[in-house]
Design a protein around this ligand. Structure first.
Ligand SMILES: [Zn+2]
Length: 182
């Protein structure tokens, strides 16, 4: 049976079946993959501590129709919040190798603006999909940019939006501008 070894950032983990764990990994060699670990919830398991979300680890897995982790060795922890890791897991395409994104997630300080730019959604100069104003949010599940005012009308669930620009305060700025002109 063929074995694969790759560095990976652990995005999410969830229990599945009686003892198994399902991981979503962003790997250097294969892009985003889902991989199962058998019995990893048993106390005796060696894998668990090496595969917490946010961990950068060397992962060995076999392909049994789906990927199955057989060994993992933690090398460091990335400073990415669990919420951001979950959003990455939702947003990244399956099995798409991306050297630049790998460098973003495994080596650079985490920044959504940089990740979105790498993925082809450049927040600089982005406009709201609904009204065309300057965008301040990226809506992950719909993969589109929105402005403050449209997001506030949509009853936002924090989990599915990424802030890409600081809040604009047009009223205040407008007053200042008027004073400058006077
Ligand atoms: Zn808008």
């Amino acid at each position: 049976m063929e074995e694969y070894v790759t560095d990976a950032v652990v995005l999410t983990k969830e229990p599945t079946g009686e003892y198994d764990t399902r991981y979503v990994l962003f790997t250097e060699r294969f892009g985003k993959i889902a991989a199962k670990a058998k019995s990893s919830r048993r106390i005796t398991s060696k894998l668990a501590g090496h595969l917490e979300p946010g961990t950068l680890a060397k992962v060995r897995f076999i392909d049994k129709g789906s990927a199955q982790v057989v060994d993992a060795l933690k090398s460091s922890r990335r400073d990415i919040s669990p919420e951001d890791l979950k959003l990455l897991s939702d947003l990244l395409p399956d099995m798409q190798v991306d050297v630049e994104l790998w460098s973003d997630l495994a080596r650079q300080a985490f920044s959504w603006n940089s990740v979105l730019r790498t993925l082809g959604w450049d927040p600089r100069g982005a406009h709201c999909e609904i009204c065309g104003r300057k965008a301040a949010w990226f809506f992950v599940s719909r993969q589109e940019f929105l402005c403050d005012s449209c997001v506030s009308k949509m009853g936002k669930s924090k989990l599915s939006y990424i802030r890409t620009a600081p809040s604009v305060i047009p009223a205040k700025a407008g007053i200042q501008e008027a004073r400058d002109k006077a």
